[in-house]
Design a binder for this molecule. Structure first.
Ligand code: HEM
Length: 483
């Protein structure tokens, strides 16, 4: 693999969110902002870069902060501030709300941008400001400071998504609202992930994804070249605006927890199987984060350090999906060593090393760094409690090429009805094909012995409330904006 020579200085020139989801800071606010006065906004950004923005910190021992602040901008936001967006990726220029991207993403029907709370053409967003803090007191203080600063900085709030406290979701390893461990698998990235970090190990033989898949300016994993760095064409890559920046995808996904668990309970009863077993098959992991292995009917006991069960697998010993179904959420979003349309060889009950290698090469061209957080109150027992209020996931992912990474996963894997030989099935956890295509009946297949099990008339559990494509600039680029 090409050596990216990603240096400590380059890390300090990159915003910290690239390297960390800031798990040590459970309090978080996302601010969606519009620029009203570009001159004032530039001065505000200049002050932020000088005093507040959190860069990557190579030496973790030096990290003594009580919080973090990062900033990302849409194409419209960059234009308002005088940045020419002509050399940015087309998907970013068009925006997630555009008709062309909506067609690729399947954002139709109840998920169409016309129904969004923010991010549509008539509710455009320019800036995403992300504030993280170690405790409530620090967070309230930082919120006041940042809110005063951006109001004076010619920038207004579109919709305050409120401060949301994720500590109640942090039981064990952090659970999302359906009750599953979240933040388990992320790519191991050349130049900055440590193989011992929870969540960064990956396949049975952990492998490293090139830095250029997640930060612009370095060789990528697709063809070993540098993905186009946006900026003035005459400059060297390191001098361009896009250097050490990345694209940030944000989707506010509301989760209907009660419908999910009611559907699972009723269907499990009908099929005479355990409800946690059915739910685990949908995700591809048990609630505790362990991948579902063939012949398992109950979750294994695992510890946080147990990487083999959480991440070091590549489906070579589950090539027919009898543990983790082909259609499950994690097998669709990262098929690992299982071939997709590639001829595969099985010997002694396992995929051969050569088959796994070929498949991994393909799957690893479509990886994302997930950095999102849950919002809304957690429900301990969705089948008993009276539920009110909205809850869901602010899905955030980082990638150097939106079209080849995030959009490919959503379009070709999550929404595909024929994924890996399946028929009339989209992602059982997050698929929305049926609401975009009235009359379509979703199903979900669990390969089992002696016959596969099929769950029909699958309901939908997730709704898109807003979204956008942002750019997370490097520190030097933020200074260029500030002038
Ligand atoms: C409300 C919406 C969603 C929920 C509740 C959800 C839930 C989960 C859970 C429980 C896991 C397994 C634990 C983990 O590795 O963190 C997971 C993994 C993952 N999800 Fe989602 N997810 C959602 C949306 C999405 C979207 C929109 C995408 C991308 C289009 C996505 C991509 C992934 C990926 C890439 C993985 C890791 C797969 C692996 O490497 O094993 N998720 N998700």
């Amino acid at each position: 693999m090409a050596n990216t020579a990603f240096t400590d200085d380059q890390m300090r020139d990159t915003q910290g969110l690239v390297f960390s989801g800031y798990g040590a800071f459970p309090y978080c606010s996302y601010y969606l902002l519009q620029i009203k006065d570009p001159n004032k906004a530039r001065s505000w950004i200049k002050r932020l870069v000088d005093e507040k923005i959190t860069p990557g910190e190579p030496d973790k021992a030096l990290r003594k902060q009580t919080g973090a602040l990062n900033i990302a901008l849409t194409a419209a936001g960059l234009s308002e501030l005088g940045v020419n967006t002509g050399s940015f990726e087309q998907a970013f220029q068009e925006g997630m709300q555009s008709r062309s991207r909506a067609t690729i993403l399947g954002d139709q029907g109840k998920n169409a941008s016309t129904a969004w709370l923010w991010g549509s053409d008539d509710k455009p967003v320019h800036i995403l400001l992300m504030l993280f803090s170690v405790d409530e007191k620090t967070h309230s203080k930082s919120q006041k400071e940042e809110e005063t600063a951006f109001k004076q900085g010619g920038v207004v709030l579109i919709k305050d998504l409120e401060r949301f406290d994720t500590t109640n979701l942090n039981e064990e390893k952090g659970r999302e609202h359906f009750g599953f461990a979240d933040g388990v698998s992320n790519p191991l990235v050349e130049g900055f992930s440590s193989p011992t970090e929870t969540g960064s190990g990956n396949e049975q033989a952990p492998r490293v994804i090139p830095t250029g898949e997640f930060i612009l300016g370095y060789p990528n994993g697709y063809d070993g070249k540098v993905t186009k760095v946006p900026g003035e064409e005459t400059l060297k890559d390191e001098e361009k605006f896009g250097f050490n920046g990345t694209y940030l995808v944000l989707r506010q996904l509301e989760q209907d927890v009660q419908t999910f668990w009611t559907f699972i309970r009723n269907e499990a009863k009908k099929q005479k199987i355990d409800q946690d077993y059915l739910a685990a098959k949908i995700v591809g992991r048990w609630k505790n984060g362990a991948v579902v292995k063939p012949d398992e009917t109950k979750p294994p006991q695992i510890t946080d350090a147990d990487m083999a069960l959480r991440n070091q697998f590549d489906f070579r010993d589950d090539y027919d999906g009898k543990g983790c179904p082909f259609g499950s959420h994690i097998r669709r979003t990262n098929p690992r060593g299982q071939g997709l349309g590639i001829e595969q060889k099985v010997e002694n009950g396992q995929l051969t090393q050569a088959s796994v290698e070929t498949s991994l090469k393909v799957a690893n061209r479509h990886r994302i760094l997930r950095r999102g957080r849950s919002y809304g109150a957690f429900i301990e027992n969705p089948l008993k409690e009276n539920i009110s209020g909205e809850r869901g996931l602010f899905f955030i992912c980082l990638n150097a090429n939106i079209e080849r990474q995030f959009e490919f996963i959503q379009h070709t894997w999550v929404n595909s009805l024929k994924f890996n030989g399946l028929y009339d099935e989209d992602d059982p956890l997050i698929g929305t094909y049926a609401s975009a295509n009235p009359g379509f009946k979703r199903s979900f297949t669990l390969p089992e012995d002696p016959l596969r099990r099929k769950v029909c008339d699958f309901q939908e559990f997730v709704k898109l409330r807003g979204g956008g494509y942002f750019f997370l600039p490097g520190i030097k680029a933020l200074r260029m904006i500030g002038g």
